[in-house]
Design a protein around this ligand. Structure first.
Ligand code: ZN
Length: 155
């Protein structure tokens, strides 16, 4: 959609700190976020497709966002907050929140807004949490990549 603003970016920012989290979200939305298989291809870093955090699974966006156990400590409390916000609204039931739906909420909540009658106020609260979570995971992952690079330099 050239010239059009992605609906997710029309959700207002809540603070300067929140604004800083937007670029990570945009990369994820536009498919330009670098996950391990691509990192390996470009920089020859890490193992071909293994997640650098848990080293046991192929790193995909899905793995990074909701599966990787290394990030449970960051993810669980925020996902719980999102769940509480969504289910308090009435139209979303706990069992609606499958993995797919959770990813949809994290990536682009505007797609489910109408179906689940999520108010714009609620949507901006959830988007705030979602940006926060994506940014925290991104940062934690980035630290690991840096550590990995430093190790290689020493070797
Ligand atoms: Zn992992």
């Amino acid at each position: 959609m050239p010239g059009k603003i992605h609906p997710i970016l029309r959700i207002k920012h809540q603070s300067p700190r929140d604004s800083k989290r937007v670029p990570t979200k945009i990369k994820l939305l536009t498919g330009t976020y670098i996950i391990q298989p691509l990192r390996y291809k470009i920089y020859k870093e890490g193992t071909e497709d293994h997640c650098i955090a848990c080293d046991c699974k192929e790193e995909t966006l899905e793995h990074l966002l909701i599966e990787c156990e290394a990030w449970n400590y960051l993810r669980d409390p925020i996902l719980q907050t999102i769940k509480n916000l969504l289910t308090a609204n009435g139209d979303v039931r706990e069992e609606d929140l499958t993995c797919e739906m959770t990813i949809q909420v994290l990536m682009n909540i505007t797609k489910i807004q109408q179906l689940y009658r999520v108010t714009s106020d609620l949507m901006s609260q959830i988007e705030f949490q979602s940006r926060r979570l994506l940014f925290l995971i991104h940062n934690a992952q980035y630290q690991l990549v840096m550590k990995d690079q430093a190790k290689k330099k020493d070797a």
